[in-house]
Design a binder for this molecule. Structure first.
Ligand code: PHE
Length: 447
């Protein structure tokens, strides 16, 4: 059994969880989902979901992880001996591969834009030219696959060298920096002509624009962004110390993650309207809008470089946490050595990621319900895997886990008040399952 050590400080533990949560989900996916789903009303549902489902599920994953100091499978075996709940771990592992499969393609796009920024190509073009630039990238299989592979090689190199901790330390400087420069970009966007229209789109909830599909997207986006539902935070919290307050940590992760997403929206949407880009552009949205934003800033060259570098690090801390799910599982449950576990995880990840990278070019006629392979993975990751995982976690902790374990973890063995416990249990038992099951039944046409 691998030796388990705790994080040296509370900040180390929190930084790792925030590092996992803050990533492309906030910067890239949140604006595009908000754009596709009509803006304000979507964001309201999103925030509601973070409060009544997201944070409670983060807490549940923390409870499972810290009470057992084990990976998901071993944890469920310890907490419910003789029961088969641990089988759900396999769904989580599959889910983690689906997420990292499409996610690493977007990380590849980020490296391409970092390169374009360094080469000085992100200036003096029109929005149409930036649109053509992105189309040029994704329709070129070599470039798409090449950048994706480069990103994954870096990711697994970091993991095989055992320097994740070092990356987390770098990230704990980069994250606040990312936060600060997002604020600078927001101010800049707000000064654009026609910025008001963007703000109105983001913050005026027009419910006629929101469909039930949009509600499902908001739930899925919240779960993906918080890194919940595929046991990632179980693995991380299994290293937490016994005296940190899980409630405080869960709320910190939820609040910081949501703030980054909203800032990203405030940076993007005034520019979307000001430059005349379609808010419904989908996954390409930020890549069409960002160059225009840098272009009209003083020192745009440096801002662009800095931005893509910070986003790159934010993505890397997310993919590290994603790959850690199968790696820890293989080491602890299948007694593999770490290098071997990394090799197997890398192999599967590469296969899926290459498929996703090729789905805009060589494989673009493989479509299901109008979605190519990338879109299907993107959709299935959040709206199926993470939501089902969230549902499982909520029902398990709310209904089946011994309440003493919950109480013990909420109060740190009686040292904290644990006033949030009734709220937690209520959300886990009723709100999360009823909302998730309702939306699934509604969309499959059963009700
Ligand atoms: N939460 C990450 C993001 O927003 C993605 C992620 C999902 C990371 C699941 C780990 C586990 O970018």
């Amino acid at each position: 059994m691998a030796k388990r050590v705790g994080f040296a400080t509370r900040l180390g533990a929190i930084a790792a969880a925030v590092g996992s949560a803050v990533g492309l989900g906030n910067i890239w996916r949140f604006p595009y989902e908000a754009g596709v789903n009509g803006g304000g009303a979507f964001i309201l549902v999103y925030i509601g979901c973070i409060i009544i489902m997201g944070i409670p599920v983060i807490l549940s994953e923390f409870i499972i992880g810290r009470s057992t100091h084990s990976n998901m499978k071993a944890a469920l075996k310890k907490l419910s001996p003789g029961k088969k709940y641990y089988l759900f771990t396999y769904v989580c592992i599959l889910g983690s591969f689906v997420v990292i499969g499409f996610y690493s393609v977007v990380c590849g796009w980020i490296i391409e834009y970092l390169y374009q920024a360094a080469a000085g190509h992100l200036s003096s073009h029109t929005p149409q030219e930036y649109e053509a630039m992105f189309t040029g990238l994704i329709s070129n299989p070599w470039r798409c696959v090449g950048w994706t592979v480069i990103f994954l090689v870096l990711n697994f190199l970091v993991m095989s060298r055992g320097i994740e901790k070092g990356i987390e330390r770098v990230a704990s400087i980069m994250m606040p920096l990312l936060f600060l420069i997002l604020i600078v970009f927001c101010v800049n966007s707000l000064l654009l002509p026609g910025a008001n229209e963007g703000l109105r789109f983001l913050f005026y909830p027009d419910f006629s624009q929101l469909t039930m599909r949009g509600v499902l997207d908001a739930f899925g986006q919240a779960f993906l962004s918080l890194s919940i539902g595929i046991s990632c935070l179980v693995t991380y919290s299994s290293y937490f110390k016994d005296d940190t307050s899980l409630v405080k940590d869960a709320v910190t992760v939820g609040v910081l993650d949501t703030m980054v997403a909203i800032l990203s929206g405030v940076m993007i949407f005034p520019a979307v309207f000001s430059f005349g880009v379609e808010p419904t552009a989908g996954p390409r949205l930020i890549f069409e809008v960002l160059p225009g934003i840098f272009q009209q800033m003083t020192g745009g060259y440096v801002w662009a470089l800095l931005f893509f570098l910070l986003v790159f690090f934010a993505s890397l801390t997310s993919t590290i946490s994603l790959s850690e799910i199968p790696i820890t599982f293989l080491i602890e449950e299948h007694k593999m050595s770490r290098p071997r576990a990394i090799a197997w995880t890398a192999l599967f990840t590469f296969a899926l990621a290459v498929l996703a990278a090729l789905s805009f070019n060589v494989l673009d006629d493989i479509k299901l319900w109008g979605k190519n392979i990338f879109d299907m993975m993107d959709y299935a990751a959040s709206n199926i895997f993470m939501l089902l995982g969230g549902l499982f976690t909520a029902v398990y902790v709310g209904w089946f886990l011994d309440r003493k374990v919950v109480h013990e973890q909420m109060t740190n063995g009686g040292r904290l008040k644990g006033t949030m416990e009734p709220f937690l249990i209520f959300c886990l038992r009723y709100i999360a399952p009823v909302s998730i099951v309702f939306i699934f039944l509604y969309l499959t046409g059963i009700i």
